[in-house]
Ligand binder design. Structure first.
Ligand SMILES: [Zn+2]
Length: 440
């Protein structure tokens, strides 16, 4: 049975200063809370105090290996259990984590299993542990674990916007068009564009300067450029071709780029420098939306598409890439991720040549057919013909892109492309919205 530890010292500043204050002064205000659990448990006044903290922390102080248990306030669920060495390892004080480098000062495996705890206190949901005879700093060591670590009502809600599924109607209403100039400055329009990009995974910039470097400058506002064997930036160029007047560059179905690589590029940028060809409209479809419709309409086909891996490959010009990916993957928070790039599938897929293997293949075939129909449904596809000065930015891990056929005899078409690497974009987004929440 977890037992409440009641906090009487209200100041949040006190624990932060603990390391700087001589020991005998530090723990005087807390002495009353270092008494054994038994005393607290038997005190009817304390156990019914209305201002009790939202977690009950408990351990057997007589043992050096007894775990620490805790339960959220009012929770009747089984208490959570954390071992002492796990807790000691998680200390982020300035001795355990270097403030300038952010690096830990010891290896997890060097933390002894047996550790002496002098007291557990709750400070507004933060857990304050006072270790006796600390193995690293010797003497008393105070660790503070913020309430956000333990979840519950004190958790700070995420500041980064959540993805918002879209179909043609919704994205048409959202009209995610922004000016290049505003996007390059830290103003409200850059913020609005970042919100739209995080929510929708697709935005367009206008009036991008006609320079081959523009796309690189834009990448810096989103993360770090991802170099590939196509080059740091690359060109999609079509010129009028007198010999092949009838030649029409064909339709390119909805897909994602570079699924045969380990680290699939996160964002693709396409800057339109010229476009006088007829046709060639860009097509976009939100895979989160299609996957949600799919799971609602064909629940029995979700498991096959989640279980069977599809092999993607690239074997040309001295390059050899290969990667397996399931069509659907559970991203958590009831969201399904999609990997979809039919042109780059290996024609020979590693299915089992027996009844169960062919049954799974048949189910995936049916599922893929229905999923593709949802991607391509006119109600779900956003179509836009890029004009010179436009640049489209889309989340390649979420948004499928394609292109209508165009007539190469009718003019010039020149797009400049680049990719943004995933982790650097996540980092930039997290920092952007955190700074904003902190009013910086
Ligand atoms: Zn520490």
């Amino acid at each position: 049975m977890p037992v409440p530890i009641i906090l009487r010292a209200p100041s949040r500043l006190v624990p932060r200063l603990l390391h700087n204050i001589p020991k005998h002064r530090v723990f005087v205000p807390y002495r009353q809370f270092s008494q054994s659990d038994k005393i607290l448990q038997n005190d009817p006044v304390l156990s019914t105090a209305p201002s009790r903290p939202s977690h009950y922390w408990h351990t057997d102080y007589a043992s050096k290996t007894a775990p620490v248990t805790f339960s959220p306030h009012n929770s009747r669920a089984e208490p959570s259990v954390v071992s002492r060495h796990w807790l000691r390892d998680a200390c982020t004080c300035k001795w355990c984590v270097d403030p300038s480098s952010g690096q830990k000062s010891f290896a997890s495996c060097d933390v002894p299993v047996a550790l002496d705890i002098r007291s557990l206190n709750s400070n507004g949901g933060d857990l304050v542990v006072n270790w006796r005879d600390d193995p690293f700093t010797h003497g008393d060591h105070v660790s503070i674990y913020p309430s956000t670590l333990w979840g519950g009502p004190e958790s700070v809600p995420g500041t980064t916007p959540k993805p918002r599924e879209w179909n043609r109607e919704l994205i048409t209403q959202a009209s995610p068009y922004y000016s290049y100039q505003a996007f390059m400055e830290d103003g409200p329009e850059y913020h609005a564009a970042m919100v739209a990009f995080t929510e929708l995974g697709l935005i367009f910039l206008r009036n991008v300067p006609k320079s081959e470097n523009s796309v690189k400058e834009l990448v810096a506002r989103l993360g770090v450029i991802q170099d590939t064997f196509y080059g740091t930036t690359w060109d999609v160029i079509s010129k009028p071709n007198a010999e092949n007047v009838a030649y029409t560059n064909s339709y390119l179905g909805l897909h994602q780029d570079l699924l045969y690589m380990d680290n699939v590029p996160r964002i693709q940028l396409l800057h339109c420098l010229e476009n006088t060809c007829t046709g060639g409209e860009s097509l976009f479809s939100d895979s989160y939306h299609a996957a949600r419709l799919f799971t609602q309409r064909y629940p029995d086909l979700v498991a096959p598409l989640t279980n069977r891996k599809v092999v993607y490959h690239y074997n040309k010009g001295g390059h050899s890439y290969r990667q397996s990916r399931a069509v659907l993957s559970d991203l958590g928070q009831s969201k399904m991720g999609v990997w979809w790039s039919p042109p780059f599938q290996d024609p020979i897929q590693p299915d089992k040549w027996d009844e169960s293997g062919m049954h799974l293949y048949n189910q995936c075939h049916q599922g893929s057919m229905r999923l593709k129909a949802l991607f391509e449904d006119a109600a779900n596809v956003y179509e836009y013909k890029m004009k010179p000065g436009d640049c489209v930015l889309f989340d390649n891990r979420r948004i499928l892109h394609g292109r209508r056929a165009f007539d190469t005899s009718s003019g010039h078409r020149w797009l400049k492309g680049a990719y943004v690497e995933n982790a650097s974009h996540n980092s930039l987004v997290a920092n952007h919205f955190r700074r904003l929440a902190e009013g910086k």
